[in-house]
Design a binder for this molecule. Structure first.
Ligand SMILES: *Cc1c(COP(=O)(O)O)cnc(C)c1O
Length: 427
């Protein structure tokens, strides 16, 4: 059997496979609908008896090519794009949960994900238990209940930069017969493949490094195909019992390893409609083509900036999993031997007030509600993304009130450091 291509090659070549005389570059299928010759053929599509496109709210060929590329990068069996990272995490969880279900959630997940699960999904009757990602295995296991249906955590937490012990989480999830969903946004498949370590489903906010240029909000869900839903029909009736909205088909029986993504596509996307626009999928694909070049540069620059900050007299602390001083250095070496991400967090001796002075003085690094793209940017989570949380919740989320999130871009590292140097001098 032919060896699968390396990630560099997948970034460039996978997805769109033109036939003779077809466009070399992935076309944007700018269409809502698709034409068929016979009424019967269209009918078979609606019965899911035949594969094909019928309406872009569910599926579009441009999107599917890009999803295929992400699927191969993660080493999965099926994938789909969503309109945002939020939609990806929502669908990933809601695809196997319903009113009365329970989710085990890592306390350090992105603020938007925390709100989604702990606040909004609670209103839908889905409860959660929040766990410390650093908790030992036994403590972690205590979070599970009879009605638990999944575990959700991030490879590298945004913005706490906690590195997940994926094997520990996978073991706990599987001991309780539920899948582990890992949001792999910060590491990207270039630096980590959570499936290799036992994760079952991976989600992405493609808005970040995958797009890489801060152009398009988007998300993706990838299934490893490793979790066998049919072993636990009482836990996953949505996959193992007939779906009345499709003449009683049973996803796990009909689609095997693709059941999870198929259900999310033909049921959740049909009903909730968070499709990514084909235009955005096209731009995401352009971003993906250079992901393998950009990630090492982000990591290299971030190491230089983190070392500079660590040695600066006005800096109280620096958290970057690539630094030997980091609590997560060993986990980072195990799960991400080639580098982690370009995001650093740090605090100043002058606290919150000094942070504000410094941020206002930065010239190259812009204050933006964004992270993980080619341009260096900075954010103060306690005043911005996490402002709905009180100090106690901030601490639980691994976000100190003085934490500055610094997203190192792919400019020249010396220029980024010089910018920080002059801004720190102003304090
Ligand atoms: C940004 C982010 C999200 C949400 O993604 P959007 O594309 O902004 O909806 C989810 N998870 C992580 C880790 C993120 O960084």
């Amino acid at each position: 059997m032919k060896k699968p291509y390396a990630k560099e090659t997948i970034c460039i070549q996978s997805g769109w496979k033109p036939g003779n005389g077809e466009p070399r570059v992935l076309p944007i299928y700018q269409t809502t609908t698709y034409k068929y010759d016979t009424s019967e053929q269209m009918g078979r599509l609606f019965d899911l008896e035949e594969d094909g496109y019928f309406y872009t709210r569910l599926q579009n060929p441009t999107n599917d090519c890009v999803a295929q590329k992400i699927c191969e990068l993660e080493g999965g069996v099926a994938a789909m794009l969503t309109s945002s990272g939020q939609a990806a995490n929502y669908y990933a969880v809601f695809n196997i949960c319903e009113a009365g279900s329970h989710v085990v959630l890592s306390s350090t997940v992105y603020g938007g994900t925390f709100n989604l699960i702990a606040v909004t999904m609670k209103k839908m009757g889905i409860s959660c238990t929040i766990v410390d990602p650093d908790a030992d295995y036994e403590t972690l296991c205590q979070a599970f209940q009879e009605n638990t249906r999944c575990v959700l955590a991030e490879t590298i937490a945004n913005p706490a930069l906690v590195v997940l012990d994926i094997e520990k989480f996978a073991k706990a999830a599987h001991a309780h017969q539920v899948p582990l969903i890992v949001d792999n946004t910060f590491a990207t498949p270039i630096n980590c493949n959570p499936f290799k370590w036992g994760a079952d489903i991976v989600t992405h906010s493609t808005t970040k490094y995958m797009d890489g240029h801060a152009m398009c909000v988007g998300g993706a869900i990838v299934d490893s195909g490793n979790f066998d839903w049919s072993l636990y029909p009482e836990k996953f009736p949505g996959l193992c019992e007939p779906d009345d909205s499709y003449h009683g088909i049973i996803y796990a029986e009909k689609f095997g390893k693709e059941a999870y993504i198929r259900k999310a596509t033909v049921q959740l996307m049909r009903d909730l409609g968070s499709i990514q626009s084909p235009q955005n999928a096209f731009l995401l694909n352009v971003g993906l083509e250079t992901l393998h070049l950009r990630m090492p540069r982000h990591c290299e620059n971030a190491m230089k900036v983190a070392s500079f900050l660590e040695n600066h007299e006005k800096v109280a602390w620096v958290n970057y999993p690539g630094l030997k001083s980091s609590k997560y250095y060993e986990l980072a070496c195990k799960y991400m031997p080639n580098g982690t991400c370009g995001v650093i967090s740090f605090g100043l001796k002058g606290g919150r007030h000094a942070a504000e002075i410094m941020m206002d003085k930065l010239e190259l690094a812009a204050i933006v509600t964004h992270v993980a793209d080619a341009r260096t940017c900075v954010l103060h989570p306690a005043s911005h993304t996490h402002r709905q949380m009180n100090d106690e919740q901030l601490k639980e989320a691994g976000v100190n009130p003085d934490l500055i999130r610094f997203s190192v871009g792919i400019e020249n590292a010396e220029d980024i450091i010089a910018d920080l140097e002059q801004a720190l001098a102003a304090i």
